[in-house]
Ligand binder design. Structure first.
Ligand code: SF4
Length: 333
């Protein structure tokens, strides 16, 4: 499977200054990922672990306080390698919606509450295609009909739609120009379980029809188990484990991943679920060494002294933990 996006040694920090004091939040710290064409790539982790920031950086949508300290994001689209941070903002803006699009957390954030849904479709289409208002409206109506959504939603305001319909409309808006890469940030979080399943099926049907790639960020390991082909687990801004989904769930190797999976409710087990001890660290002052060590029952002096490297411990399975990979000297903790 070929590559659609390559993220190499990415560091992105929020730098703020208040009352003369500078604060640096290391939200993304040395992340390298290869996203393959036509896959669903899941990014997992608790809230505050840097998932949403990572997605924004991959999108090239950088809030003023967010600095790219190092690393690169390269899209491979239409036979060309596009080095995102080397492009001027205007070119990056053109790529959004056409090459890469974004489904944000909560559809109310994506849709302007005082404008009809049809206006949002018209804006997106006309920003990227030389078409008349009439043609843009026709494109939107045809696309919604193709997806099985009623054309009358175009005349509605966001608050007039149910949460599930609003999220479907947001997904339709993000995919109307058939971008090869879709980034979705907790796309089903605010929805109840039944609606959630329908929205995920809707998104997957579009992805398959357009043969696109989906990067799916969610804290919900149950969603990853059902939807993702591969999953990367993020902790405190770093990838701690990455594997194909069946392998990750059958043989999680990082203690944090094991906690995430063990905290999932299971039909065949009515016992109490295990929660992860402690809290994620503040990213303006992360722990030295392995960032998980204050919460890890297996932590040793070595874990506190130096961060474990992310290493391939078996084919297509990378882990950053001294329990399973010894670092460059090959020794085991
Ligand atoms: Fe725990 Fe050490 Fe592994 Fe970190 S490197 S997860 S502290 S055993």
């Amino acid at each position: 499977m070929s590559t659609i996006a390559e993220i190499a040694d990415l560091r992105a920090y929020y730098v703020t200054r208040a009352y003369g004091v500078e604060r640096t939040v290391r939200a993304v710290e040395g992340v390298s990922l290869t996203i393959r064409r036509n896959e669903v790539f899941g990014i997992a982790g608790e809230s505050g672990c840097g998932k949403s920031t990572l997605l924004k950086v991959i999108l090239g949508l950088l809030p003023p306080a967010l600095r790219i300290v190092s690393g690169s994001v390269v899209y491979h689209a239409n036979g060309t390698a596009l080095d995102l941070f080397a492009l001027p903002e205007e070119r990056r803006r053109q790529l959004r919606w056409q090459v890469v699009s974004y489904i944000p957390q909560g559809s109310m954030h994506a849709l302007n509450p005082v404008r009809r849904i049809g206006d949002a479709f018209r804006d997106v289409i006309r920003a990227h295609r030389r078409v008349s208002v009439h043609e843009a409206d026709g494109m939107a109506r045809d696309y919604l009909a193709n997806l099985g959504l009623p054309g009358k939603v175009l005349d509605s305001y966001p608050h007039q739609l149910s949460g599930g319909m609003r999220q479907r409309v947001t997904i339709a808006l993000a995919t109307i120009l058939a971008p090869p890469l879709i980034l979705a940030d907790e796309p089903t979080t605010a929805l109840d379980v039944v609606v959630q399943r329908g929205v995920l099926q809707f998104l997957e049907a579009i992805r398959q029809r357009q043969e696109s790639t989906l990067v799916l960020v969610t804290h919900d390991m149950g969603v990853h188990a059902n939807a993702a082909d591969r999953v990367a687990v993020l902790y405190a801004g770093q990838v701690v484990e990455e594997a194909e989904t069946p392998i990750l769930f059958a043989r999680p190797l990082h203690p944090y991943t094991r906690y995430l999976i063990q905290s999932l409710p299971r039909l065949d087990d009515r016992g109490e679920r295990m929660s992860i001890p402690g809290r994620p660290p503040a990213l303006d002052d992360p722990p030295a060494g392995c960032r998980f060590h204050p919460r890890c029952p297996h932590a040793t002096a070595r874990c506190r002294a130096a961060p474990p490297p992310l290493e391939e411990v078996e084919p297509r399975h990378r882990v950053a933990c001294y329990l399973v990979s010894g670092g460059s000297d090959g020794s085991r903790a």
